[in-house]
Structures are given as structure tokens and as C-alpha cells.
Design a protein around this ligand. Structure first.
Ligand code: ADP
Length: 324
């Protein structure tokens, strides 16, 4: 990357230098033209015999020279500005494509890991079930683990599929009348079975919105999965659905590590994950929040994140209430 940046800078410097050189050559030429015109004037008009005519022609020559200089400076600086704007646009799109390809690379690394690890865990659990005569409790525990891993795989595949469908505009979201509180309660009820005593429902106000149930469930699931993933297992996840200014507000708050201010806007970018893929301990693809923000926008709403009080993060999805 450094090599191509150097080439770009050298090219730009060459173009600018060539341009400045042309400018000076033109100006030199203009001076020569004026000198030639002056010689011609001296040969045609006697300054002593016809001083007025001489002065007026001289003024004309000077005037033409000044106009040429102004033209060179004006056109030259316009072209230079255009060149600099063009270079800045090319450079920023080049940087963007490098960043995207690095993120895609990270994505491939984490997806491979994400796909392999539940498969390996399921295989191990199933092999244990197959080879050993275990008592009922242990069998149930292993089966439960397999189901959890299968659910994780399922969520990952759904996210990836939906991401590509939304991207390719193949997914047409439903527009049904929904009660956001009902959807949230339903999903949390299911989560409570998998993660007992982790959830605290703060407020659940009935809110009528228009949207796609599957997408909203997915948005909630992404927020809840993150809250569980980035928070110690002893800390609660607080959920609420409120009504404010003609909007339904879904809040998911955790008491985890929190998100630094500089990262808050970036985490909604595709494939973005905080930190370095090689040293990261948590699993993920960087697709969850990207999709969640797309889903919020598809419902004419938005998603925001702020610091939770006293620690952790608070994600908030705001969706307009359906007009009666
Ligand atoms: P991932 O699959 O990595 O979880 P997401 O798009 O869901 O992808 O999240 C992007 C990044 O935002 C995560 O990698 C993580 O660094 C950060 N993040 C998301 N939710 C939380 C949270 N509740 N607490 C702390 N960090 C979070």
C-alpha cells in the first residue's frame, strides 16, 4: 500500500511540476510577444511625432499582456484545483477499497472460525454420546450444547444470507401491523430458556408499528447476542420497549466492557469489529450491527449506541409508531 501511495504522490507531483513549468513557459512567451509588438510599434509610430497614438498603442500592448497573464493564472489555478480534487477523490476511494478488502479478509478469517468451531463442538458432543453410556443428565447436557451450537450456526447463516439478500435488494420486507413489545417478549422468552436469569425486563409498553417481524427479531437477536457476548456471565442484560414522541423505542443495555467513543460510529460498518482479529477472544463476523442498522432504516427508524450507566453499552432502536 505504501508503494502505491508513493507512486500516486510522485505522479501528482510530476503533473503539478509540469503544469507550473507550462505556466512559466506561457508567461515567458507572452513577454516575448509584447516585446515583439513593442518593436513593431516603434517602427510604425514615432513617439515624438504622434505621442498620443503611441501612448494608446503602448497601453493596448500592456493591456493585452496583463490579460494573458490573468488568463494563465485563472485557468491554471482552476485546473490545479480540479487536479487536486480529483487526486483527493481517487486517494480516498483507494483507501476505502484497501480498508474494505482488509475487513473482508478479517471477515473470512472470522467466518471460517465461526463455522468451524460449532461444527467441531457438535461433533465432539455427538461422538461422546455415541461412545459412552452416559446417565440421563449428562446426555441431556450434551444434547443441549449441540442445540446451542446449532442455533449459533443457524444465526450466523441467517445473518450472512440476509446480508447478501439485502445488499442485492432481493429481500422485500413485509409491511404488517406489529406490536413491538409482543415481538420482544416472545424472543426474550425463548432466550430465557437458553440463558436463565440473565434478562431484566424494565418496561414493556405496547407499541404498534408497521414492519417485518423476521427482520425485527433478527435485529433484536443481534443486540441481545452482543450484550451476552461482550458482558460477563454474571451481569444482567436489561431490555425495554418504550413509547416517546410518536416512536417505539427498543433498548438493550448491558454492563459489559462498553464501546470507546471513537468506535461508536464505526461498529455499524460492514465487517467492522473493534480490535485486531489475531488477538480477539470473542467470536463474530462484524455483520450483526451492520444488518441491525439496515433493518432499523428499513423501518424508517435508526439505531444509536451510548454509554450505559454506570458501565457498559446501551443500544437503542427507534421506529415510528404506525399512524392509526
Ligand atoms: P460481531 O459479530 O463482531 O459481534 P457486530 O456487528 O455485532 O459484530 O458488532 C461489531 C463490533 O462492535 C463487535 O466486534 C464489538 O467489538 C462491538 N460491540 C457490539 N456490541 C457490543 C456490546 N454490547 N458491548 C461491547 N462491544 C460491542
Amino acid at each position: 500500500m505504501r508503494f502505491s501511495t508513493t507512486i500516486q504522490i510522485l505522479l501528482l507531483a510530476y503533473i503539478v511540476a509540469a503544469y507550473v513549468f507550462w505556466g512559466f513557459s506561457l508567461q515567458k512567451q507572452s513577454v516575448q510577444i509584447s516585446e515583439q509588438e513593442l518593436i513593431t510599434l516603434h517602427s510604425q509610430v514615432d513617439s515624438n511625432a504622434q505621442p498620443l497614438m503611441f501612448a494608446s498603442r503602448l497601453h493596448e500592448i500592456e493591456d493585452k499582456k496583463n490579460r494573458r497573464t490573468k488568463q494563465y493564472i485563472g485557468e491554471g489555478s482552476t485546473f490545479l484545483i480540479v487536479i487536486f480534487i480529483g487526486a483527493a477523490v481517487v486517494y480516498s476511494s483507494f483507501r476505502r477499497s484497501i480498508r474494505l478488502s482488509r475487513q473482508q479478509n478479517n471477515f473470512m478469517l472470522s467466518v471460517t472460525h465461526e463455522l468451524k468451531s460449532p461444527i467441531a463442538a457438535m461433533k465432539l458432543n455427538l461422538q461422546t454420546l455415541e461412545r459412552h453410556q452416559l446417565d440421563l443428565d449428562k446426555r441431556n447436557m450434551l444434547i443441549d450444547r449441540c442445540v446451542k451450537e446449532a442455533n449459533r450456526l443457524n444465526d450466523l447463516c441467517n445473518n450472512m444470507l440476509l446480508a447478501s439478500q439485502i445488499e442485492g435488494k432481493q429481500y422485500v420486507p413485509a409491511k404488517e401491523a406489529l406490536n413491538l413489545a409482543e415481538i420482544v417478549e416472545e424472543s426474550i422468552h425463548e432466550y430465557e430458556g437458553r440463558y436463565p436469569n440473565r434478562f431484566e425486563i424494565e418496561e414493556m409498553v405496547d407499541t404498534e408499528i408497521v414492519g417485518d417481524k423476521l427482520l425485527l427479531q433478527m435485529a433484536l437477536s443481534n443486540l441481545v447476542e452482543n450484550a451476552l457476548k461482550y458482558t460477563p456471565a454474571t451481569k444482567p442484560v436489561r431490555i425495554s420497549v418504550k413509547k416517546k414522541n410518536n416512536c417505539a423505542i427498543l433498548q438493550v443495555a448491558d454492563e459489559g466492557e462498553g464501546i470507546p467513543d471513537g468506535e461508536k460510529s464505526k461498529i455499524f460498518n460492514k465487517f467492522y469489529r473493534i480490535g485486531n482479529e489475531e488477538t480477539r477472544k470473542t467470536k463474530g463476523t462484524g455483520l450483526g450491527l451492520y444488518l441491525t442498522s439496515k433493518i432499523a432504516r428499513q423501518h424508517k427508524g435508526k439505531i444509536t449506541v451510548k454509554d450505559n450507566d454506570p458501565v457498559g453499552s446501551l443500544f437503542e432502536i427507534t421506529i415510528p409508531i404506525a399512524k392509526g
